[in-house]
Every structure is written in structure tokens, then in C-alpha cells.
Design a protein. Structure first.
Length: 245
């Protein structure tokens, strides 16, 4: 028996310790429903990570991965015209280079490829960006040459439809981006900034690699708009439509 206290729903009107407890309870109930195979789909609204996660996790993607013991996941910002995925998600910039490894890139590509094959029944065309401006570096160790290029070569040999590394300042030009289904970037803002500029609210956040399909609107809670009924609902509508198949 799943118990839900619907009276707690009024807590969404402001962010507090009580609302955080309510959000945690909602996730627990949702995961129980998913574990019972009542559904295989999860959608959540925008959540304030700094209050709910309190630095225990860097994002809801990682929170759900831990809850479900999922080791290989990918954050995908999806639009049917073009999707992106950051290799690293909400990390401070100074930590990014430590997470750029052959292992991480391979796992990300495999997870995205598997999701596309299962959901859309085809192999996606994937572009990989470099880390450094123009994929060049004045440092003795250039991640683009030492890590990213050899990993792309390895993945090509294993029949993944992948190419790169591409300079992030030109790969999103119209005649370039139309060649790909997914662009994988090395860090969060490298790919989320251009895709949000292109599509604004017409995109959704998908977590691939979980034992169920999880989507959410591709924007935060925007605390300044709480209770004003003026938020743009398009991303939420797109999330619901994506699950309706």
C-alpha cells in the first residue's frame, strides 16, 4: 500500500525544510511505484538543487542514479532537431579536467547510443567537442590530443557513429549542427548554453541509463516566479508528450 498525504502539496508554494521533505517523500513513492512495475516512467518538476540536495549530490540526475544503483548514466537535453549531453554535469569548472577520461567518454557514448537505439530504433550521429578553445592548448598536456581524440578513434573502430573533437564555438553553427543527432560536450555550460539559446523552453531533460525513463522540464524552479502563475509551461508539456508513447 502506497500512502500519500495530499495535504502536503501546498508546500510547493515556498521552499523550506518541509517542502524538501515533501519532495523526498515524493521521490520515494515514485521509486516504489517503479519498483513494483506499476509504471516505467518518471517525470518531476523543477527542483531547487541547492536546497533539496544540500551539496550531497551535484544534481537530480546523480541523486536518482544513487537511488537506483545506476552506474552508467547520461544527462540528455533533448530536442527532436538536436540534443546535447555534458560529459560532466554540475561540477565547478576547476574540477572538470579531472573527470575527462577515456572511461567516462566511452560510457557516455554507449549509454546515449543504447538509449537512442531502444527509444528511436536507430544509431545516433554523435559529435564530441574538445575541451580547450579550438581544441588547442598552450599547456604541455592537451586533453584533446591525449584523451579525447584517441577515445573517438577507439569508438569509431567499434562501429559507433561518432566524430570529433570539434571546436565548441563552431559546432553549433547551423550547417554544422544539422549533421548530428547529439553533441556531447566536456562540461555543462559548453553545450547547455547554445542549446537553450537555440530552443529556449522547447527542450526536455532526460536521464538515460536508469531502469526507467525519467524526464523533467529543462529549466530550474525560478524562485522569483513561485506562486505568480507566469512561468512558461512549454518544457513541461514537451516532457509529458515525450512519455506519452
Amino acid at each position: 500500500m502506497i500512502n500519500v498525504d495530499y495535504n502536503q502539496s501546498k508546500l510547493f508554494e515556498k521552499i523550506s525544510n518541509k517542502s524538501n521533505k515533501y519532495i523526498g517523500n515524493c521521490f520515494d513513492i515514485a521509486l516504489e511505484i517503479l519498483n513494483k512495475k506499476i509504471s516505467d516512467k518518471l517525470i518531476n518538476g523543477p527542483i531547487s538543487k541547492k536546497y533539496f540536495l544540500k551539496k550531497k549530490f551535484i544534481g537530480i540526475t546523480e541523486y536518482l542514479a544513487k537511488k537506483t544503483s545506476s552506474k552508467k548514466i547520461a544527462m540528455i537535453i533533448y530536442n527532436k532537431s538536436l540534443s546535447v549531453s555534458p560529459l560532466t554535469t554540475h561540477l565547478p569548472v576547476k574540477y572538470i579536467t579531472k573527470k575527462i577520461t577515456k572511461y567516462e567518454i566511452i560510457n557516455k557514448v554507449k549509454t546515449i547510443n543504447s538509449f537512442w537505439h531502444k527509444r528511436f530504433q536507430y544509431k545516433p550521429k554523435i559529435a564530441i567537442t574538445g575541451l580547450n578553445p579550438h581544441c588547442e592548448s598552450i599547456d604541455d598536456f592537451n586533453e584533446d590530443e591525449k584523451i579525447i581524440k584517441p577515445t573517438i578513434k577507439y569508438l569509431k573502430k567499434n562501429k559507433y557513429n561518432i566524430s570529433g573533437p570539434y571546436s565548441a564555438d563552431t559546432v553549433f553553427l547551423k550547417n554544422n549542427r544539422k549533421k548530428f543527432d547529439v553533441i556531447i560536450g566536456m562540461y555543462h555550460d559548453q553545450v547547455l548554453t547554445p542549446v537553450k539559446t537555440l530552443f529556449e523552453y522547447d527542450a526536455i531533460n532526460i536521464t538515460a541509463g536508469l531502469p526507467f525513463i525519467r524526464v523533467s522540464p529543462d529549466h530550474g524552479p525560478n524562485e522569483q516566479m513561485l506562486g505568480k502563475n507566469i512561468s512558461n509551461p512549454l518544457s513541461l508539456f514537451r516532457s509529458i508528450k515525450f512519455l506519452d508513447f
